[in-house]
Design a protein around this ligand. Structure first.
Ligand SMILES: [Zn+2]
Length: 545
């Protein structure tokens, strides 16, 4: 028995998928809204009896491991490792060998190179005399030894030949080192390793030590294991806390994440060397319904907040912004006192509210008409982005009270604004699900019906054998499920008729394919002036039809 068989024996798929999706009983099966495409009525089904799942909208299905791989965006062995932990199955890997060694696709070396570089950078920061300046800097920022260890911070010294030498000594080639993102390009920088959701090091950010060094932050370029649009800094460390608190706090910088962790706020993450993307939001939407934006209290921070808000309209997040106390302008400063964080989070505001309050704060006494107009000018575009009508009406009502303007006036102003072209930020938004909806193929359906109705297999034995050759055991179980759902309520006779019609449709298709193949060959022969070949082909075609 393989590890996977053993694991699957120990997992009840209903319980397992129930941890991720809200399953509702539907006859002998369970259903849920599909996590892999956008939908309003559930087409994602789980069969308790067959222990398989299938989405009849995007026409994909599988078992526990395929679900986990797709849901968490994992490769096979990473998903296997997680399931093994959940079920207490000891994987039969050679002792001491990490599961990375099993990755079948040549990425192993890329992970190993980054891991090795990360450990070397960390050791240098801790011990090397040239790293004193970096150690002093981190101490001045208030980082403890424990924090430096938790985030495996490192230092890349001035001399950079050593890392290439070390990696080559360990058996890696120049080209492998380059493909892994060339970690030796960092020098004279404090190193922040970037990990994927499983905690594997996939790249680095290097922070300059002096103001003269440009750029201030240098990042590993994208590689086969490092996709900036999908990596959230600190996700591996924050995931559990985000799930428990149901809130993800989003900050701008890696240092912000680290400082906040140290202050005890652990449900916190940052994007790495890129603005937040739809992919990032997709990852977060699986673990938390609430996001709090703690971007810096400056123009850039405000702009970033706007962008996240525009992107998030395709998801069902509640998004709030924090309001910094006077004199504090980033999460790092906030973290000097853990109590600050708790107060601030409690006082977070929705964006419309936040804009209104930050504007009103600047005004002494009641706002003048000109000031009201200016506040309006800033808030209306944000109001327009909100697509949920309940939310929109709530804010119209809210503004009406706060600014003492009739709701109709606000609604009218919104309508006028709506007539203008959409802002760019909004038109760039992609839908959260790029999954295209496919319909089940006739071959799948036909094979499924053959499995359900044994007398068909007796009637067309050759066809039956040919059809089932294309599937493994799990594939065949999937097909039965597919047929049950696709032809719900069909009697065996109806199914048989459907099979006959599918067979004749497939025959017609096959004939058409033969004809068009011959037509192509004949045209080619005519082009070459090969009369004899044309004649032969025509003869052959007549025999076939
Ligand atoms: Zn689906």
């Amino acid at each position: 028995m393989t590890d996977l068989d053993l694991i699957k024996q120990k997992i009840d798929l209903i319980d397992f998928i129930g941890q991720y999706l809200e399953l509702k009983k539907a006859g002998a099966n369970y259903k849920a809204l599909c996590p892999f495409h956008s939908e309003k009525t559930p087409s994602f089904m789980v069969s308790a009896e067959k222990q398989i799942w299938r989405c009849f909208g995007c026409n994909i299905g599988g078992d526990a491991i395929t679900f986990l791989m797709k849901y968490e965006n994992l490769e096979f062995y990473d998903a296997l490792k997680i399931l093994a932990q959940k079920t207490g199955v000891a994987l039969k890997t050679k002792s001491g060998e990490s599961s990375l060694a099993q990755k079948p696709d040549g990425k192993i070396k890329l992970y190993k190179i980054n891991e090795l570089a990360s450990r070397a950078f960390h050791q240098i920061l801790l011990k090397h005399s040239s790293a004193k300046i970096a150690r002093d800097y981190l101490k001045k920022r208030g980082l403890t030894d424990q924090t430096i260890q938790n985030f495996q911070l490192g230092f890349a010294p001035k001399n950079r030949a050593w890392l290439t030498k070390l990696l080559i000594q360990r058996g890696f080639t120049d080209s492998e080192i380059a493909t892994a993102g060339a970690p030796q390009k960092f020098f004279n920088r404090i190193i922040f390793p970037i990990t994927d959701i499983l905690g594997n090091t996939v790249g680095f950010t290097g922070r300059a030590l002096t103001n003269k060094m440009m750029p201030k932050y240098l990042n590993t370029q994208e590689t086969a294991i490092f996709y900036k649009s999908k990596i959230l800094y600190g996700y591996h460390e924050a995931r559990q806390a985000i799930k428990e608190k149901k809130v993800a706090i989003l900050v701008e910088g890696q240092m912000d994440v680290i400082m906040s962790h140290q202050a005890g706020v652990k449900n916190i993450i940052a994007s790495s060397g890129t603005a937040l993307t739809t992919e990032h939001l997709k990852i977060l939407s699986r673990i938390a319904p609430n996001i709090i934006l703690a971007f810096d209290a400056d123009q850039a921070g405000k702009k970033a907040s706007r962008q996240v808000l525009a992107l998030s309209q395709n998801f069902d997040f509640n998004i709030k912004l924090i309001r910094y106390p006077k004199g504090v302008k980033d999460p790092g400063e906030l973290s000097k006192n853990p109590e600050n964080w708790r107060k601030i989070l409690k006082n977070s505001r929705y964006f419309v509210e936040w804009l209104l309050e930050t504007n009103l704060e600047k005004i002494k006494g009641d706002p003048t008409i000109a000031q009201k107009k200016e506040i309006f000018r800033q808030i209306l575009p944000e109001l327009k982005i909100i697509q949920n009508p309940i939310e929109k009406n709530h804010w119209i009502h809210f503004l009406s009270i706060k600014l003492q303007i009739p709701e109709e006036t606000i609604a009218l102003a919104l309508e006028k604004l709506a007539a203008q072209p959409l802002r760019r930020a909004q038109s760039q938004i992609k839908t959260p699900s790029e999954t295209t909806t496919k319909s089940a193929s006739s071959i799948d359906l036909l094979t499924g019906i053959f499995l359900k109705i044994p007398r068909l297999a007796k009637k067309y034995p050759a066809l039956y054998n040919k059809l089932i050759q294309g599937y493994n055991k799990e594939g065949l179980a999937q097909l039965e499920f597919l047929v049950e759902k696709n032809y719900e309520g069909f009697a065996d006779d109806d199914l048989e008729k459907e099979a006959e019609s599918l067979i004749s449709r497939l025959k017609i298709k096959k004939q058409e394919k033969i004809k068009s193949d011959f037509a192509n060959q004949i045209a080619a022969a005519e082009n070459q002036g090969d009369r004899k070949l044309v004649k032969n082909l025509l003869k052959k075609l007549q025999k076939k039809l």
